[in-house]
Design a protein around this ligand. Structure first.
Ligand SMILES: Cc1cc2nc3c(=O)[nH]c(=O)nc-3n(C[C@H](O)[C@H](O)[C@H](O)COP(=O)(O)OP(=O)(O)OC[C@H]3O[C@@H](n4cnc5c(N)ncnc54)[C@H](O)[C@@H]3O)c2cc1C
Length: 488
């Protein structure tokens, strides 16, 4: 579907090694971390510079071919799923850490740099990059920006959007723009005017391709205390989360694992969680050494008041690392329990954790499936993992249960996604959260960046192709009816 003329033009810009046409090699890019959605890309390109990304965008724009940006492909909502009629732009060769400035506490990096590499580059200065998705060893900062990624420590420190003051972006027609503060080129952090940078963060590749990212760096905390508290049930662990935060304590992280998740993590990593506990809370406190032990004692007391049966404090850095290794390996560890699983990513008010977890357990029992829960409890950001066996024909039931859980979160006053994004996976659930007017406003904002809908089309918003016209929540959108956006 991609014309030989376009392939030749792109080869001229990127060289032969920057353009992949062979079906077997293209299939490496056919999906991201969301299994179940796959498509062979029309073409894959691997630019090395902003100029090359711009040349790719301009070349595709002129012949009406859509672009799909891709970082490391760890996304869990199908955001980087390619199109057969489109060009997949892999940023994996743009991995330079351009600068680390300890005085401004700022790193400027290319989009393919991994999240963890930024902290590693900043470490010699006693600095680090705070947002820490569990996938941080592999996921790219470009993907983090596109998804507004979170992580265990975002409860205290905020999400990606709070840590990227400026972006260089290639728009769909190849124009290169800077969004946010002028800090990419000048020593200024504040930017007057509309926060277009804020609009771009979390836009899931639908507004353009980030080619440079400015990352704020924080000073490493002087001291850290980490504990694991065991509870009889997720409900009492949820009560402890409410009590800790309700008492004005904002831990660096509060993570919860239920009994199934504990089982899987222990099996996979031997991190020292108590097998058989109904739930475990990982609570981390950080800050100035002075006063941290008193705060720790208050947290311990609140956990005990909410029914904690055992509290273990990480006595050494190695013990702390083991606790986090177990938590961060939780998704991968599910392979110990079932051949396949769907990861859900709903958000609920954290005061309703107990209620919602009970409801999820009921829904799982009705569907005769198991659901493990491991999540950012402090943010109310649930990650129910619906376990299933494709060979036993359980996939459709598991998918329906997973979708039902996302929509349950909305019913409880929450959201269909906390950090993994909408992508193709949740596009059809957007009308559950937003009215037609809301969606229209978002589309109009999108069209201001990308008037012809060439950047990652079919993601984020419901379309007839994804959601079907009847039945279901989708109705032709007013912008579509007015001919302002394309029908697919
Ligand atoms: C085991 C595991 C654990 C995870 N844990 C977390 C977690 O704790 N927190 C969390 O938030 N997420 C988590 N994720 C999800 C995922 O890692 C994040 O969404 C991550 O930010 C995706 O980065 P990526 O480089 O892999 O992006 P990709 O998957 O390649 O792409 C994701 C989206 O970003 C767009 N995109 C990529 N690069 C660019 C760019 N340069 N410019 C514009 N758009 C771009 C793509 O089009 C797509 O829409 C986890 C995933 C896995 C597999």
């Amino acid at each position: 579907m991609i014309s030989p003329a376009l392939v030749a033009r792109l080869r001229k810009h990127l060289g032969d090694e920057g353009v992949i046409t062979e079906p077997a090699r293209k299939r490496t890019y056919e999906m991201d971390g969301l299994t179940g959605y796959r498509e062979e890309p029309g073409l894959v390109v691997l630019p090395r510079t902003t100029e090359e990304v711009s040349a790719v965008a301009r070349s595709c724009f002129e012949v009406g071919v859509p672009l799909v940006p891709r970082g490391a492909g760890t996304g869990l909502s199908g955001g980087a799923m390619p199109r057969r009629d489109g060009v997949l732009v892999s940023l994996s060769r743009m991995r330079a850490i351009i600068s680390v400035d300890p005085v401004r506490a700022l790193a400027i990096v290319e989009p393919g740099v991994t999240n963890l590499a930024i902290s590693q580059a900043a470490a010699p200065y006693g600095l680090y990059y705070a947002p820490d998705p569990s996938s941080q060893v592999v996921c790219s900062i470009g993907g983090n920006v596109a998804e507004n990624s979170g992580g265990a420590h975002c409860l205290k420190y905020g999400f990606t959007t709070h840590h990227v003051p400026a972006l260089e972006v290639v728009l769909a027609d190849g124009e290169v723009v800077t969004l946010g503060s002028p800090c990419l080129t000048a020593p200024v952090l504040d930017a007057p005017g509309y926060d277009l940078r804020g609009v771009f963060v979390g836009s899931e590749g639908t507004l353009g391709i980030a080619t440079k990212v400015a990352c704020r760096l924080l000073r490493r905390p002087e001291a850290v205390r980490t504990l694991v508290a065991d509870f009889a049930s997720p409900t009492s662990a949820g009560d402890a989360v409410t009590a800790i935060i309700g008492n004005g304590i904002i831990p660096a992280a509060v993570e919860m694992l239920d009994s199934l998740a504990i089982e899987a993590c222990e099996e996979a990593t031997g991190a020292g969680y108590t097998r058989g506990a109904g739930a475990a809370l990982v609570v981390e406190l950080d800050g100035a050494a002075d006063g941290l032990d008193e705060l720790y004692t208050r947290v311990e007391r609140l956990c005990l008041q909410c029914g904690a049966r055992k509290i273990r404090r990480a006595a050494t850095e190695a013990e702390r690392a083991a606790i986090w290794k177990g938590r961060k390996a939780a998704f991968a560890a599910m392979g110990r329990l079932a051949p396949a699983y769907f990861v859900q990513d709903g958000v609920i008010p954290r005061t309703r954790l107990g209620e919602v977890l009970t409801r999820i357990a009921d829904m799982a029992a009705e569907a005769q499936l198991r659901v493990a829960n491991v999540f950012h409890a402090g943010d109310g950001n649930l990650h129910p993992l619906v376990l299933y066996d494709p060979a036993a024909g359980e996939e459709a039931r598991a998918e329906a249960l997973s979708r039902g859980i996302a929509e349950l979160c909305v019913d409880y006053g929450g959201s269909i996604t906390g950090e993994h994004g909408v992508g193709v996976d949740k596009a059809c659930s957007m009308p559950k959260m937003f009215s037609e007017d809301d969606l229209e406003v978002m589309l109009r904002v999108g069209r201001a960046f990308d008037p012809h809908n060439r950047c990652n089309p079919d993601k984020l918003f419901p379309t007839p192709r994804l959601c079907g016209e009847h039945p279901g929540p989708y109705r032709p959108h007013p912008l579509e009816a007015a001919g302002l956006i394309e029908r697919f």
